[in-house]
Design a protein around this ligand. Structure first.
Ligand SMILES: [Zn+2]
Length: 378
C-alpha cells in the first residue's frame, strides 16, 4: 500500500479548509459586546477551526434564506442548517466583539448586515414543526429578533471540554494522512455505545481504512447521558474491542440542534471537513421525541445529487444480537423474529443500571456497563 498523503483525503466542503483564527485587535474595548449563547459559541469555535467550511462567519440574509428554503447556500453549495447570530438591536459600529456568557471576549465579527427573520418559518422548514415543546424550536423562539451576519475572527478559542480528545479538522486530517488512511468513516453519537453501535461502526470499518468515533460533546438536553460518562464508555470500548491503529476517538464540539434530517446532512458535511469520506446515518439520527419518522434522516439525502455532498452516507437499520443466528444482525440480515432477538428499551437499560445490574452481554459490553453503573451510583 502506498503512503497516503493529505491530498488523498476527501477535500473539505467547498474545496478549502477555512481558518478564522487571528490576532486580538488592539482597540477591542471600543466595540459593542455581544454575549453568545452556548449554541452560538459552539458555532463560533467551529467557524474558527474550519469545521463549518466554507462558512467564514455567521450567515447573511442571502445564505440564510436559501438554506432555510432549499438547503443550499446563496452560491448553490449544499448546506442544511442556519448558522446565525441573534442580537437584540443593530450594533452601532461596523465591528462587534463576541464574548461568552461571562463576558470573556473570544473574537470579533465584521458586521455586513443585520436582518429580521421569521422564527415560525425557520422552525417549520428546519425542524419540521412549530411546536414550542421541541427543544430546538424552543431555543429558536427564545432568541432575540434580529440576525447579524459577517465574517468572524477568533483570537481566543473555547476551552475544550475534553482536552485529550480535542482535534480540529486540520489535526484529524493530518492524523488520518499519517496513518495512511484515504477512506474514513465518521460516527456521530451522543449516547453510550452499546453492541448495536459497535456492530454498525465495525460493519462500516470493514469497507474503509479507518473509523472516526466522533461523540458530540457540545450542549445537549439535560436528560441525555453526561458527556464525561459517555467519553469514558467509548474509551473502555475502544481499548477492549477495536484495533488501536484503525480507530480515532475525538470530540465533536457542536451543540445539538435536534433538527433530525437536516442535522444529519449538517453532521455529514462537518465530518467531511474533518476528513471523513463516509458518514454513518442510523435510524432516528439527531431526532428527539416523535417529531421525525425513523428513516427521515436517511431519506433527506435523496434531496441532494451525490456530487453535491461528496461525503458518502452509510445507512443502517437497528441491529441486535440474534440467538438463532448467534451473532449481531439486523432485519436486513436475520430472518428470525421476536424472542430470538435480544432487545432492551432505553428505559429497561436504565432500570437495570440503576439497580447496579449488568445488562445482557449480548446487549452491552460488560466494561461499558460498569462505567454506566458507576455513573448511576454517583
Ligand atoms: Zn437471526
Amino acid at each position: 500500500m502506498s503512503t497516503a498523503t493529505e491530498s488523498q483525503l476527501i477535500a473539505p466542503h467547498g474545496g478549502e479548509l477555512v481558518d478564522r483564527t487571528g490576532d486580538r485587535p488592539e482597540n477591542l474595548d471600543s466595540f459593542d459586546l455581544v454575549a453568545l449563547t452556548p449554541r452560538e459559541l459552539a458555532d463560533l469555535d467551529m467557524l474558527a477551526s474550519g469545521a463549518l467550511s466554507p462558512l467564514t462567519g455567521f450567515m447573511g440574509r442571502e445564505d440564510y434564506e436559501r438554506v432555510v428554503d432549499e438547503m443550499r447556500l446563496a452560491g448553490g453549495l449544499a448546506w442544511a442548517l442556519p448558522v446565525c447570530l441573534a442580537v437584540q438591536a443593530a450594533p452601532a459600529g461596523d465591528r462587534v466583539a463576541l464574548a461568552d456568557e461571562r463576558g470573556r471576549t473570544l473574537g470579533v465579527l465584521d458586521v455586513e448586515e443585520v436582518f429580521e427573520y421569521d422564527k415560525e418559518r425557520e422552525a417549520e422548514r428546519c425542524f419540521r414543526t412549530t411546536d414550542a415543546n421541541h427543544p430546538g424550536v424552543a431555543r429558536l423562539y427564545r432568541q432575540p429578533d434580529l440576525y447579524v451576519g459577517g465574517q468572524v475572527t477568533v483570537f481566543d478559542r473555547l476551552e475544550p471540554a475534553f482536552p485529550e480528545l480535542h482535534r480540529d479538522p486540520a489535526a484529524t486530517r493530518a492524523l488520518f494522512a499519517e496513518r495512511g488512511w484515504k477512506r474514513v468513516v465518521g460516527f456521530q453519537t451522543r449516547n453510550p455505545i452499546h453492541r448495536a453501535h459497535e456492530y454498525l461502526t465495525k460493519c462500516a470499518l470493514e469497507t474503509v481504512d479507518g473509523l472516526l468515533i466522533h461523540p458530540l460533546v457540545g450542549e445537549t438536553k439535560s436528560d441525555d447521558v453526561p458527556a464525561a460518562v459517555r467519553v469514558q464508555a467509548y474509551e473502555v470500548l475502544v481499548e477492549n474491542y477495536y484495533p488501536e491503529d484503525r480507530v480515532v476517538v475525538s470530540a465533536f464540539p457542536a451543540a445539538m440542534r435536534y433538527a433530525g434530517p437536516r442535522e444529519a446532512i449538517w453532521h455529514a458535511i462537518c465530518r467531511k471537513n474533518y476528513g471523513c469520506s463516509h458518514f454513518i446515518v442510523g435510524r432516528d439520527h439527531a431526532g428527539v421525541g416523535s417529531y421525525y419518522g425513523s428513516y427521515d434522516a436517511q431519506l433527506v439525502f435523496d434531496e441532494f445529487e451525490p456530487h453535491e455532498l461528496d461525503v458518502e452516507p452509510m445507512f443502517f437499520e437497528h441491529s441486535f444480537w440474534c440467538r438463532a443466528c448467534n451473532q449481531m444482525a439486523s432485519p436486513k440480515t436475520c430472518p428470525h423474529e421476536g424472542d430470538e432477538r435480544v432487545f432492551l428499551s432505553g428505559t429497561q437499560v436504565r432500570e437495570l443500571l440503576g439497580r447496579g445490574q449488568l445488562p445482557p452481554a449480548e446487549f452491552t459490553r460488560p466494561e461499558v456497563a460498569q462505567v454506566l453503573i458507576e455513573a448511576y451510583r454517583s
